[in-house]
Write a protein that binds this ligand. Structure first.
Ligand SMILES: C[S@@+](CC[C@H](N)C(=O)[O-])C[C@H]1O[C@@H](n2cnc3c(N)ncnc32)[C@H](O)[C@@H]1O
Length: 204
């Protein structure tokens, strides 16, 4: 019988270890992580076994649910929950609920996929659904002062816009300002390999 093949994102193989190295000190006192736009779920499959003190909940849009389930079926991990449905910009289902409040929300490579309206919607959801002290951590490529940091990031942005004119790299200052308006202060901006950044915000 043919086995259904699980989706594979090569970029996750490259960035999972550097991201984990940065997340580890930030997450050492956290217990309940929600990941938004988990994609294949590969980050959780790699990272959660190194973060056994917390629960990692996967979420994404409907089309991604099956792929994540295939990864978890092959490698069940005791502290990974989900996948659950969360589509930013859709009223149903609304922001993921948890009996114990999420104390960290992580998202990787999603902000450049979302249009600006959905970025605003996401930040509003974070404001309305998370408690004080909750961390919001976003990994990906960003522009700074409206400028690309490298030619390769510009090419990446052109490629994204060719596929969807409303997507594309977001400006770090715009993200930070919009999060501030939603009660999140910037804690850290960490330079990552391949011209990416890990942005860390905390709810006030
Ligand atoms: C480039 S992938 C990143 C996947 C994974 N986090 C990674 O780093 O490889 C962007 C993800 O955002 C998700 N996404 C797109 N629009 C979304 C929305 N409106 N709400 C939630 N997730 C969304 C996609 O389904 C996809 O999994």
């Amino acid at each position: 019988m043919c086995q259904e093949e699980k989706p594979h994102a090569p970029s996750c193989d490259k960035n999972k270890k550097p991201i984990l190295d940065c997340l580890w000190p930030l997450l050492k006192d956290k217990s309940n992580l929600l990941e938004i736009g988990s994609g294949t779920g590969q980050h959780a499959v790699f990272m959660a076994p190194h973060l056994k003190h917390l629960t990692w909940t996967l979420s994404d849009i409907k089309d991604r649910q099956r792929g994540m389930s295939l990864w978890l079926r092959e490698e069940p991990i005791i502290n990974v929950k989900g996948p659950i449905l969360y589509e930013i910009g859709k009223n149903t289902p609304h922001f993921p609920k948890s009996v114990k409040p999420f104390d960290v929300v992580f998202t990787s490579n999603t902000l450049h996929i979302l249009n600006w309206k959905n970025v605003e919607r996401l930040f509003k959801d974070l404001k309305e659904n998370l408690e004080k002290e909750t961390l919001f951590i976003a990994y990906g490529a960003f522009k700074f002062d409206g400028k690309y940091t490298t030619e390769s990031n510009k090419e990446f942005d052109d490629w994204l816009k060719e596929k969807d004119t409303n997507s594309g790299l977001k400006n770090f200052e715009d993200i930070t300002q919009k999060l501030l308006e939603n009660n999140f202060n910037l804690l850290e901006k960490i330079n990552m390999p391949a011209n990416n950044n890990l942005l860390v915000y905390k709810k006030q």
